[in-house]
Write a protein that binds this ligand. Structure first.
Ligand SMILES: [Zn+2]
Length: 534
């Protein structure tokens, strides 16, 4: 005997069985019990929410010769029996998606004027009606304008906005909702009990969650799990089938994200990629835990030690990553970028900078860095003061000279330089090499300005708003090693590395196409990284 998919076997066959759509079932049942019908119904809503099932039940109930007081079809009258035994001649289903309905609609135009063969009404159920061609719509519209008394249309669509207004305005519209997780879960457990499928409660809840409001998907997932499982279906089995990342891992990643711990995040991403899990699914799960955390915090201040703004920033920065990953040439880089950006580095107070050089006498720790929005105005003043103090290396522009957005940064060479190719000219190649070796280093230095102080020393100027990067790059052994290696590979010799914060409102010579553009420090929106990283 051939296997019938669970979702077919457990399709609802009366209004009471329409899980999650009681608001619609009630209205339709009342209409049936009163014999009160319109000529066109429109069922809209996401896939798998019961539109087609509801259309079939309604069609059966309309033609039932003995409808029940609650509006449900009787299942025993000749009309009900005809449907049960393979379909009634007067209930015609057309799939708008299959051949776009041209032939069937042409046929419909001819036959719609004849009375029903056996039943009270001739009922056309047109699924995915938005897929019909314009010609087909025009044909339907002609009928809708002057509908014969014995004809009823039931349209179903996931995209009502694609229907012509002339059709929409002639229908009684019902909007099917996504079905709630508890309702889906209960339904799954009922089916499992009837089918003697052993499934744990939390596994059913997980399927319900992943089905995103669609009952058909949920039941299909249950079907697949039952087929794959030996023993009771648990969350591990469901996770494996869906490529879901372990929840404890997602929570760990979430905590690293909240802490802004970029090195830990990069390790996590690496682990994800090595495990071969679906990155998009991981991002979706991560966003869900962030959303849960945000809602908990909003409901109860004591729910977490992180302020609402941190939850909100992390979540909104990641909200679109799932989509970006779909088209990403390098999912790893897209994922890393999104997570780093979500950390909103500016927000963490910079640790004191302790450089190993005496030449870079300037200490960023003495300069108040922008830590919060209120600090930014203070920071604005500091910026121009600092620019003047750095005039020895670069001439500061007057404060009103505007920002340098859109222009590119030019390497500066001062003091003694060696030979034909100095280090500043080689910087673009060095950057490329760094990107290959270690993306995390690359993100931190890509906006740096290289200055060659003398034959064997490279001074990296970091943007004023990135003091954390100076410390990180200079004090982290891996980061330093990456820089040293990249420089050595390109230049064939070692350089002594220095770093400091620099003001880039300095004279810009001619544009250099290879170097990335400078960040625009904008006090108003704080979206600096976004402009440069993406
Ligand atoms: Zn009946």
């Amino acid at each position: 005997m051939s296997y019938t998919a669970l979702y077919r076997r457990y399709r609802p066959d009366n209004f009471s069985g329409l899980v999650g759509q009681t608001h619609i079932a009630r209205i339709l049942a009342v209409a049936v019990s009163r014999g009160n019908f319109v000529h066109a119904y429109l069922f809209c809503g996401p896939r798998g929410t019961g539109k087609t099932s509801a259309a079939r039940i309604l069609a059966r109930a309309i033609n039932c010769q003995n409808p029940q007081p609650d509006g449900n079809p009787c299942d025993n009258c000749p009309s009900c029996l005809r449907v049960k035994e393979g379909g009634s001649m007067d209930i015609i289903e057309i799939d708008g998606a299959s051949n776009r309905g041209i032939d069937e609609i042409r046929d419909l135009r001819e036959r719609v004027k004849y009375s029903p063969a056996q039943e009270k009404y001739k009922i056309y159920i047109i699924d995915e009606v938005h897929m019909l061609t314009n010609d087909a719509f025009n044909a339907i519209l002609k009928t809708l304008e002057e509908p014969p008394a014995h004809v009823i249309f039931i349209f179903a669509t996931t995209a009502p906005h694609k229907l012509p207004l002339t059709v929409l305005s002639r229908c009684q519209r019902f909007d099917f909702r996504r079905i709630g997780e508890p309702e889906i879960k209960d339904h799954l457990l009922n089916i499992a009990a009837a089918e003697q499928i052993s499934i744990k409660d939390d596994a059913a809840a997980l399927i319900a969650k992943k089905a995103d409001g669609g009952m058909r998907d949920a039941v299909s997932l249950l079907d697949q799990c039952a087929g794959a499982a030996d023993g009771p279906i648990d969350t591990d089995a469901v996770s494996a089938l869906l490529g879901i990342v372990d929840r404890s891992f997602i929570l760990k990643l979430r905590d690293h994200l909240l802490d802004g711990d970029i090195s830990a995040i990069l390790v996590d991403v690496n682990q994800l990629i090595l495990s071969g899990k679906d990155l998009r699914q991981a991002v979706v799960d991560l966003c869900e835990t962030l959303r849960d955390g945000l809602l908990a915090k909003l409901a109860d201040e004591k729910a977490s030690s992180y302020p609402v703004s941190v939850w909100l920033k992390r979540l909104s920065a990641l909200a679109d990553t799932d989509n970006k990953l779909r088209y990403a040439a390098s999912p790893r880089i897209t994922m890393e970028l999104a997570l780093i950006k979500a950390c909103d580095i500016k927000e963490t107070p910079p640790p004191p900078i302790n450089l190993d050089s005496t030449r870079t006498a300037f200490s960023a720790a003495q300069t108040p860095a922008p830590t919060t929005d209120t600090d930014k105005s203070k920071f604005k003043k500091t910026k121009s003061v600092y620019a003047q103090s750095q005039a020895g290396h670069s001439t500061a522009l007057p404060p009103n000279s505007g920002d340098i957005g859109g222009q590119t940064r030019q390497p500066i060479t001062t003091g003694a330089t060696s030979g034909a190719k100095d280090l500043a000219t080689l910087w673009p190649s060095i950057l490329k090499r760094i990107e290959k070796l270690n993306t995390s280093t690359f993100f931190r230095v890509e906006n740096c300005r290289p200055i060659q102080n003398c034959a064997d020393e490279l001074l990296l100027e970091f943007p004023l708003d990135r003091p954390g990067d100076v410390t990180y790059v200079m004090e982290n052994i891996d980061q330093r090693a990456t820089l040293d290696a990249a420089i050595f590979q390109v230049c064939g010799k070692k350089y002594r590395l220095q770093a400091r914060l620099g003001d880039f409102n300095a004279p810009i010579e001619e544009a250099d196409e290879v170097l990335p553009s400078a960040p625009v420090f904008d006090e108003s929106d704080g979206e600096t990284e976004q402009k440069t990283l993406f």
